[in-house]
Unconditional design. Structure first.
Length: 101
């Protein structure tokens, strides 16, 4: 999986198309990611104690990895990521500008 936790991504399809955010969690076995502040859904929370009211909370849900694109930190454009080996290490790089990601 080429996108990792902490990466900046831009959503390319779905209800949040065009928005960008930071990746909070990655599920490699399901090919899904959770992005901060995007793909939010309402979850109803029951009252925990008597006398308190229940509330509605916005919760980020995972979205498919194919709906997100990595945003390069140096060229600030959505791009694909490649892998190359430099001094016996595997590094990710931006395919548009060639800088290590």
């Amino acid at each position: 999986m080429k996108i990792k936790k902490g990466d900046q991504v831009k959503i390319i399809s779905g209800k949040d198309r065009g928005k960008s955010g930071r990746v909070l969690a990655v599920s490699s076995d399901e090919n899904r990611i959770v992005v901060d502040g995007l793909n939010l859904y309402k979850k109803r929370v029951r009252p925990k104690q008597s006398g308190k009211k229940g509330e509605t909370v916005l919760v980020p849900r995972p979205l498919s990895l194919s709906n997100a694109m990595f945003v390069c930190a140096s060229c600030k454009k959505p791009t694909r990521i490649g892998h190359r080996s430099e001094s016996d290490r595997k590094v990710r790089y931006c395919k548009k500008c060639g800088v290590n990601a």
